[in-house]
Design a binder for this molecule. Sequence first.
Ligand SMILES: Nc1ncnc2c1ncn2[C@@H]1O[C@H](COP(=O)(O)OP(=O)(O)O)[C@@H](O)[C@H]1O
Ligand SMILES: O=C(OP(=O)(O)O)[C@H](O)COP(=O)(O)O
Length: 543
Amino acid sequence: MKKEKKFEKKVFYKGPKLSRNFNPIFQEMIRCSQSQILSLSPKKSSLSLLPALHDCTQLLPMASVAATTFPSMARPAARGIVAGAAASTVPLPRAGVASPCPTARSLGFAARGTDPRLAIHVSSRRRAASASAGSRLARAVATMAKKSVGDLAAADLEGKRVLLRADLNVPLDASQNITDDTRVRAAIPTIKHLIGNGAKVILCSHLGRPKGITPKFSLAPLVPRLSELLGIQVQKADDVIGPEVEKSVSVLPNGSVLLLENVRFYKEEEKNDPEFAKKLASLADLYVNDAFGTAHRAHASTEGVTNYLKPSVAGFLLQKELDYLVGAVSNPKRPFAAIVGGSKVSSKIGVIESLLEKCDILLLGGGMIFTFYKAQGFPVGASLVEDDKLELATSLLAKAKEKGVSLMLPTDVILADKFAPEANCQVVSASAIPDGWMGLDIGPDSVAAFSSALETTQTVIWNGPMGVFEFEKFAVGTEAIAKKLAELSGKGVTTIIGGKDSVAAVEKVGVANVMSHISTGDGASLELLEGKELPGVVALDEA
Ligand SMILES: Nc1ncnc2c1ncn2[C@@H]1O[C@H](COP(=O)(O)OP(=O)(O)O)[C@@H](O)[C@H]1O
Ligand SMILES: O=C(OP(=O)(O)O)[C@H](O)COP(=O)(O)O
């Protein structure tokens, strides 16, 4: 009795004997948990005294109760990062006055200050990680500790030709206007740093996936916006390598920028052809990679050139992406929650498995939840299900239990009678999906439970929408999560958004600018979250 007094919330259960398949009963019970009775002991381990309830730690109700009832479930904050260490951002020289940006998306650079632990150099992370040597985590962090452009002294840059790989792969409309300039703005801090220190910047990127020289994939439409943001006229080359480009480079004044043509106009780029990489590298004295969105590609301009250019260092954007997607995720302020959604469990297996090693709470939404329901014997109607992943879903639930992670599945869902924006809809318990109906969003009880679990956290990473947010009727769950994360950001919680659709959702809701970090790479961020090393990062000089 004494122990129980320590906890704010006490829930009791009185009802039929619970079996391994009691989930529907339990979910329903928790939905009205004020009046239900469940006897829980405060220590997680003692839940095993009630084997059936122990199984419940895999489900939303128990996890939600645990999050508020058992603060001891939260793991102690990871140590090893020195608070207040030198910031990796550097004062930017005034190369001109940047114009206001046409899009609202935040790059999150300003938000660094909200989490002083992140305002450190990547190498500090490596030292911290080495302190706990031996763990997979430590190795993953260490391999991402790369030399930064901020480590180069002014003398290293003055008058030097710098090959800067950026990801300027932006969407263009039919008239070749940039419809989202986020990636252009994200590239600016590094370019400004280089030209402010008297370097000659040879800027290189791909755009789209051209097969050979394709005028509609020219980088020419980037020149006006780059020039506007930098406050200097950016020069444009009509080729990537060759005598004409060499001539343009030879007359570049210090502190200027030459934009090369789309590097994918050469098939050798994607083949990582050594001869092509050598020719590209021969234009410059040193190399900076700031193309986070393309860092998962081992291409000539992201990987090959590093064999011919020293130093090869990370730009500020690449560094910030690694700070959050590797640093903050590997050494999170706890409790650490991961929210994973999207369409299929098959495309998120790696992310879920990797995050289960690190997080305290895992919230699942999107189309993948129906595979988990079916694996537990629930009817799923016409919902999206991957029948060949039922065993996987069961094993992920078991793994969460084994790791002591509170894995929460939605307890209610919004159903549609067809996959269409104007579909009829109804809210039902997750265990009661009728034939012919499909779940397209999480329900209001789930939103409330997820929000209450998130309330306890200090770090949250989100990848994948909670429902078919492209249809207004089924965007509520996703938008509610976006708003909740915005609210938490305001309270100092580190919020990291990866995945094209989650990023689109926070932008749609208008809260992107308050998040700690919005990733500029969909595939690259997914690979990082899966625990993979990115070739474009691995190839850079060690810090
Ligand atoms: N319940 C659902 N049923 C079918 N599709 C869904 C459901 N929930 C979300 N989706 C779809 O999942 C897609 C995003 O999935 P995915 O590509 O895996 O995520 P991300 O882009 O964040 O990586 C969205 O287009 C969304 O409509
Ligand atoms: O937009 C990109 O990737 P993303 O869509 O995964 O964010 C990058 O520019 C990489 O492009 P690619 O997937 O054609 O190699």
